[in-house]
Design a protein around this ligand. Structure first.
Ligand code: NAD
Length: 483
């Protein structure tokens, strides 16, 4: 990273992208983009009006008619070309993402690479959307073919400003769909960089539109359109349910990546130091603003006190500051809402008997920093034990045996990620089977890979992103019976 640059020197002029055209603010309303490390305004983002959205819909209709006729090789070439451009610009994209979202440069740079890897995987998948032929008597046959579902409206949140737009675009483009992407207004330059890479790699006008706006205005307008066939959303369960209702009125297919409240089960036969190190790193990632963040820590009685002490020591030693400082391990929270929400959750929990072993407060008056926090003496009636904290907070509880902890882990309506740490192979198998989650980490904390489905169950959503499943979610099957 070039640390001699002034912070905002590489930050681009923010634009919309509709029907192949990059559009500047003009007379439109704007949104102030902030640097979460300082709270200062770094740019003004143009917001769409209804006429822009209608134009985006028309363009998506036109773009779908073009892109559905493209060959798998055409689609693979665009995705591969975009991946190369992302890698070549990784430092600049990552710096801008850190400026607008707050997480460390190491994290945003990794996100660029992860997005490039995903595009390359999807380039391969574009060529593997096979159908099948069912042979009937006397030469008759039934042919099953896969077709793109149609124009997709996609809504991406701010917490993975590069990878979330990458996920929302990669699969529909591989499948032959067009997309209207509305990323989070709080982290627009990252999404713009992903769209730019695709456009420069040869994506035809109309296949991908990039819009920003007032979220509910945009989703209400788009989801009512007869042009759309699918909506894909990542964000909170509350908003996801709202969008599912809008989607139902227009019979749209849905992919929903919603909130979690990941249980972590630490058995007393775990590899202790390795477990505490992995969980500390996973917890402070993006200051805990990760849907698969380890959240409810159930630790077996025999090692509970030792675990609390070890994790407290590690969290207290985390270096916090601007994500552009190479020594910093955890940046600020992404926006002013997050420290406020964490403060409220902690105040309620301590009022109900929780004890803070480390952290528990904001840091300084500038930006949106919050200390890594560890809690003991938790009970199930506390709001923080039921609502996703989405911050750097570890809630710990001791447990006695397998059945008791499985019941606690599966207690909530969420089922995104769940984790278990044990060196006992049979116990690892049993816990993997028992946990109600779309993704289970056993002695592992990394939940995403280009070739594996990223998905929730229960109120954490449905439909996968990544893996062959991600492309499948953008395809429909058609059967042609032929005598
Ligand atoms: P929020 O629920 O207001 O927004 C979450 C995301 O949804 C944002 O990107 C927002 O722009 C978008 N959104 C909100 N209303 C929308 C609408 N009507 N139509 C379309 N998009 C809409 O919350 P927030 O303050 O941004 O984040 C707080 C909570 O959201 C967190 O506590 C967490 O539970 C959840 N969240 C989850 C993820 C995830 O990866 N699953 C990511 C970000 C936020």
């Amino acid at each position: 990273m070039n640390t001699t640059l002034r912070d905002t020197e590489t930050y681009p002029v923010l634009k919309l992208h509709i029907d192949g055209e990059w559009i500047e603010t003009g007379e439109r309303r704007t949104f102030d983009v902030l640097n979460p490390a300082t709270g200062a305004v770094i740019a003004h983002l143009p917001l769409v009006d209804k006429a822009d959205l209608d134009r985006a819909l028309e363009a998506a209709d036109k773009g779908f008619k073009i892109w559905r006729k493209s060959t798998p090789e055409d689609r693979a070439a665009v995705l591969t070309g975009a991946a190369q451009r992302l890698r070549a610009r990784a430092d600049t994209i990552a710096r801008n993402a850190t400026l607008e979202e707050g997480k460390t440069f190491a994290e945003t740079r990794l996100e660029v690479m992860v997005t490039a890897n995903l595009f390359e995987f999807y380039a391969g998948e574009a060529k593997r959307t096979y159908g099948r032929v069912l042979v009937r008597p006397e030469g008759a046959r039934s042919i099953v073919v896969k077709e793109p579902v149609g124009p997709v409206a996609a809504f991406a949140p701010w917490n993975f400003p590069i990878a979330n737009p990458g996920r929302k675009l990669g699969a529909p483009i591989a499948a032959g769909c067009s997309v209207i992407l509305k990323p989070a207004e709080e982290a627009p330059a990252s999404a713009m960089a992903v769209v730019e890479a695709l456009v420069e790699a040869g994506l035809p006008a109309g296949v991908c539109q990039l819009v920003f706006g007032v979220p509910d205005e945009v989703s209400t307008h788009l989801l009512a359109s007869p042009i759309l066939r699918k909506v894909s959303f990542t964000g909170s369960t509350v908003v996801g349910k709202h969008l599912m209702k809008l989607a139902a009125d227009n019979a749209l297919r849905t992919t929903m990546e919603l909130g979690g409240h990941a249980p972590v089960i630490v058995f007393d036969d775990c590899d202790f130091d390795r477990t505490v190190d992995m969980l500390t790193t996973a917890k402070i990632r993006n200051a805990g603003q990760v849907c698969v963040s380890p959240t409810r820590f159930y630790v077996q009685e025999g090692i509970y006190d030792r675990f609390v002490k070890a994790m407290t020591d590690r969290l207290a030693a985390i270096k916090i500051g601007s994500g552009l400082d190479p020594d910093v391990q955890m940046g600020p929270m992404a926006n002013a809402r997050r420290p406020e929400a964490i403060e409220a959750l902690l105040a309620e929990a301590t009022g109900q008997g929780a004890e803070i072993r480390t952290g528990g407060a904001r840091i300084g008056n500038e930006g949106f920093f919050f200390q890594p926090t560890l809690l003991t003496h938790m009970s199930n009636d506390m709001r923080i034990m039921n609502e996703e904290p989405f911050g750097p907070v570890v809630s710990t509880l001791p447990f006695r045996d397998f059945d008791e902890v499985v019941e606690q882990a599966n207690r909530l309506p969420f089922g995104l990620a769940a984790y278990a740490f044990t060196e006992n192979g049979r116990q690892a198998n049993r816990i993997g089977a028992a946990l109600e989650a779309g993704m289970v980490g056993i002695n592992a904390t990394v939940m995403a890979a280009p070739d594996s489905p990223f998905q929730g169950v229960k109120h954490s959503g449905h439909g996968a992103e990544d893996g062959p499943e991600g492309v499948e979610a953008c395809l429909v099957s058609k059967v042609i019976h032929q005598l």
